[in-house]
Design a protein around this ligand. Structure first.
Ligand code: FAD
Length: 365
């Protein structure tokens, strides 16, 4: 370790790591501090039994941004994985996103005109939209709502769809083609060596301290560098002086199964309320890893208080206005830089995280 650095970066997730790479490329010295005992934040993957396990939920890289795709391909080679999840409702199995395969299984029909006629007739029951249930029915009709949206969404948010705001689902992709590709993006894939290997390459040249919480001794850490990039929660940075921001969290329960192929696909959504988890991920299908055994993870949505892991910001009026107060305090600090999904209190896909870190680096360094 040196006595002093140009940048202290709090958090070794994708945002901090892209920023670190850009700073080092411009000849700056970088110290990174990370409270977990591993790098890579939520995109951390770990190889067990020859299988790359996504420890913090399934991560599929997808983007339509040429710059981001070229950039990330400098640090990894991607396979041709296409996300085509399955939804299970009792013994019924449906393709996602909602497309002609879904409709034909649900109603025994085969043409787009037949599917449109059924959905249109069901949508008409809603006259005004005041909650998520009405919003969903007005977009895709009651059958799809009851079987594929209601239970999943209520488990995800821990509240009834009639109590959730309609804004959560502004759009629901409905395709009148037989196309199971979940994303519409131009590029999609999984890095063949896992995501941790990308971060290892990004942060080459930085000094990294693991297992240390920056917020326990901010003054000491900040005294080590001219400027600090903070990618953690902003309310935590200010020791909750204005109140706590709310999040939704998840428990990822992983299990090794002595079976070669457990569910035949990477992602299965469980859409009924009686099953307590929302998804089961079978990791080996992301990169067609060869192994006589398999690893699965069940995802249980829970309150933030249960895990202390902030996964999804709850961007309602109360939280957004509280965030703005914290942001004002942060922006008044001349040597502090804010970035990433936690510090910005925003859900960002990986491509948006990369783009946002590149922009921040261009602006600052
Ligand atoms: P993080 O990865 O959270 O990194 C922040 C880091 O800061 C963490 O390592 C944290 O430990 C550290 N830190 C925080 N506070 C402190 C502190 N006080 N001291 C020291 N260290 C600290 N995107 C996609 O494109 N495709 C997907 O399929 C996809 N799936 C997702 C599934 C889930 C369940 C979730 C939650 C997100 C998913 N994402 C996906 C989004 C993706 O995870 C994010 O875009 C990306 O991880 C954001 O990177 P980040 O650096 O901003 O945050």
């Amino acid at each position: 370790m040196k006595d002093r650095y140009d940048y202290l970066i709090v958090g070794t997730g994708l945002f901090g790591s892209v920023f670190a790479h850009e700073a080092i490329a411009k000849g700056k010295s970088v110290l990174m501090v990370e409270k977990r005992n591993h790098i890579a934040g939520n995109i951390y993957t770990e190889k067990v039994d020859g299988i790359n396990i996504h420890r913090y939920g399934a991560h599929i890289f997808h983007t339509s941004d040429e710059t981001v795709w070229e950039y990330i391909n400098r640090f990894a080679s991607f396979n041709n994985f296409i996300n085509s999840p399955i939804a299970k409702y009792g013994k019924e199995v449906y393709n996602m996103p909602f497309n002609m395969n879904t409709f034909s299984r649900m109603w025994g029909i085969s043409t787009p005109a037949e599917a449109k006629a059924i959905i249109d007739s069901q949508r008409r029951e809603i006259e005004t939209v005041t909650n998520l249930e009405e919003q969903a029915i007005s977009l895709v009709g009651r059958d799809i709502y009851e079987k594929l949206i209601k239970g999943y969404t209520e488990k995800q948010w821990g509240r009834s769809c009639t109590e959730l705001p309609p804004e959560i689902i502004k759009r629901l992709p409905v395709r009148y083609t037989y196309d199971n590709n979940y994303f519409n993006d131009r590029y999609q894939g999984i890095p063949t060596e896992g995501y941790t290997a990308i971060v290892e390459k990004l942060i080459e040249g930085a000094d990294v301290v693991l297992g240390e919480d920056f917020n326990l001794d901010q003054a000491r850490w900040r005294s080590l560098a001219d400027r600090t990039l903070y990618t953690g929660c902003l309310d935590e940075f200010f020791h909750y002086s204005e109140g706590r921001l709310q999040y939704r969290s998840e428990i990822f329960e992983s299990e090794r199964i002595e079976e070669e192929n457990y569910q035949g696909v990477a992602v299965v959504n469980y859409t009924e309320m009686d099953v307590p988890y929302t998804r089961v991920i079978e990791h080996k299908h992301f990169a067609k890893d060869i192994s006589p055994v398999t690893w699965i993870s069940r995802e249980y949505p829970v309150d933030y208080e249960k895990t202390g892991e902030p996964y999804y910001p709850i961007n309602d009026e109360r939280n957004d206005s509280l965030y703005r107060r914290y942001r004002k305090l942060a922006d008044a600090d001349g040597s502090l830089i804010i970035g990433g999904r936690l510090a910005e209190y925003k859900y960002y896909d990986m491509d948006k995280t990369v783009l946002s870190a590149l922009r921040k680096a261009e602006e600052i360094i």
